[in-house]
Design a protein around this ligand. Structure first.
Ligand SMILES: Cc1cc2nc3c(=O)[nH]c(=O)nc-3n(C[C@H](O)[C@H](O)[C@H](O)COP(=O)(O)O)c2cc1C
Length: 219
């Protein structure tokens, strides 16, 4: 790929405030966006996320006030709510992680044991988050920003706009998803929303960023 194509995609992407609601992303393009999310890296490869694609207009209307009335919620062609894992499933030795290593990662027994032990060491000693459900959930939630970013960049490469969204009442959105989508809140929390579609208007302001010197230090 031409280097300028990469940077053009980053320049094209902006936090789009409203989409042309009649203009839908093709299934083929949205499939590529979802694959970019699914193939994203995660700590130990445990993929502590789930992507809820919210295409039900009635449900979007209920999310709208929870998300501070942001028009992206109802005008987006496709809306993804990313859940992060939390709770007992993330504890070292949990049935969930044991079966994940066995059935998804298909680790041979010796590697399975080694990774399992290192995961406990990571939580206990390296990051010191073991036993603190809040810290473990936040650690999982942080990882979900990787698929979010990858999906937005992939969308931009396809000429599709997007908006990352944290402007919502998290407790209320979690309660709504528990009631309307059967989300088990002992296992999942809401990390963020990402809206995708085609811009209704050009961005009001040109992109601003600090200079390279302020952002990067070679040491
Ligand atoms: C984690 C996160 C949450 C954000 N939440 C919102 C939001 O709720 N609504 C919104 O319009 N923009 C939101 N933004 C967009 C930022 O305001 C925007 O990315 C930033 O101002 C830089 O502008 P640009 O993305 O257009 O280059 C969010 C961005 C991130 C990374």
């Amino acid at each position: 790929m031409d280097k300028s194509q990469i940077l053009n995609a980053y320049a094209f992407r902006h936090a789009c405030k409203a989409f042309v609601s009649q203009k839908k992303i093709s299934d083929a393009d949205f499939d590529v966006i979802l694959e970019a999310g699914r193939l994203s890296p995660s700590s130990f490869g445990f993929e502590p996320w789930q992507f809820l694609v919210v295409q039900n207009p009635a449900l979007r209307e209920k999310i709208l006030p929870i998300a501070c009335g942001q028009q992206q919620i109802t005008t987006a062609s496709h809306l993804i709510i990313t859940l992060h894992r939390r709770g007992d499933d993330l504890k070292p030795g949990s049935d969930y992680l044991e079966s994940f290593m066995r059935d998804v990662q298909k680790l041979p027994d010796d590697v399975h044991k080694m990774i399992g032990d290192f995961y406990a060491y990571f939580q206990n000693t390296l990051f010191k988050i073991a036993g603190d459900d809040y810290k473990v959930a936040e650690w999982a939630a942080r990882q979900t920003y990787l698929p979010m970013a990858n999906m937005m960049t992939t969308a931009a490469m396809l000429g599709i706009d997007s908006c990352p969204i944290e402007g919502f009442v998290r407790d209320d959105l979690e309660a709504l998803l528990a009631a309307e989508a059967g989300v088990d809140l002992s296992k999942f929390g809401v990390a963020h929303i990402t809206a995708f579609g085609y811009r209704e208007a050009e961005p009001k302001r040109a992109k601003t960023r600090r200079s390279r010197d302020e952002v990067v230090r070679f040491i």
